[in-house]
Design a protein around this ligand. Sequence first.
Ligand code: EPS
Length: 387
Amino acid sequence: MLRFFTAGESHGKGLIAFLEGIPAGLKIDFEFIKKEMKRRRSGYGRGKRSLSIEKDEIEIISGIRWGRTIGSPISIFIPNKDYENWKEILSPYEEYKNEELYLTKPRPGHADLAGALKFLREDLRDILERSSARETAARVVAGAICKLFLKEFNIEILSFTKEIGGIRAKAFKLPLEEIILKTESSPLRCLDPEAERKMKIAIDEAKKNGDTLGGIFTVCAYNVPPGLGSNSQWDLKIDGRIAQAMMSIPGVKGVEIGRGFDGARKKGSQVHDPIYWSKEKGFYRITNNAGGIEGGITNGEVIIVRCAMKPIPSLMKPLQSVDIKTKKSCSAMIVRSDVCVVPSAGVIGESMLAYVVADEFIKKFGGDSMKEIKVNYENYLKAIKAF
Ligand code: EPS
């Protein structure tokens, strides 16, 4: 079983990613991790901090020796470069406490007020520091290791931007390599250049108006074997686990798998994917409306997940709010932020999907070492072939 946690405040000393359960002997490609961190930090619509302040260099604390995992918990530290400017505000020591710095004007749509009520905190900073999407840097470092693990079994995960500010990209049927090539050279990680041009204009417009934009991103996992997840109990269904993982990404308000909500408007005969068999391929489908999952179990087709992200709640032209100290009506606080983070959210979605698929893979094929898990996996593939 894989376990994955993060810790750290947005402007604190740094973030920690903790990953336990990756088998021993996995080769760690540090360049790959570096690239993944950069992919998350970049994108048109990002603000000053992620583009020019943070570097997301990683420091391995444990679990990796001489380039390979050793089976012990992996912990990784990501220092926050911006901490230099926040040392006193984020200090753990009481002598730095300063009530004049309290933030008391919650942003509608942010965790500010709900969190202040939950933890009974008078300074909204105690809430917003942890609910900031800066935390997702730690998810991506853990996700990169899960991806490296999955690559050993030829499983690849990618994402692309489907929609920003209501502008929808055309659908393309492209091979895996081409999707990767096109998204990696696009500032919005979008496959449709015409839609991307309009999305960029919409982002510029939102920025000019002190506003923000949300959108939709798609995450896919290729070459996943059939049989991950289970139909036998509600909390073992892999689609349920994926939905929870995706919904945990800051700003995500909707998740669909395969045809999702659109399938609800169609007849059964139009939605379900007919089954075929050939000696070379085994069981296969021509369509994939199920998004690679049937009955909470992977069916061997590509896993397709689509996530809806609301616009960022930190507005330069703030909405109506109430001061939690005075209870007087006010405008919500204004804080430095991004305008649109949908392309980054796609990369974070890849990490979350990589974590769930790697966890299910390890559960099914077991093993404390890569050698052991590879033998178990080969045996399962043979059993499926002979079925
Ligand atoms: C974020 C607000 C911005 C972003 C940050 C997430 O930070 P700040 O308030 O310091 O300007 O830059 O994202 C990152 C730093 C990052 O690496 O993703 C927020 O409130 O969610």
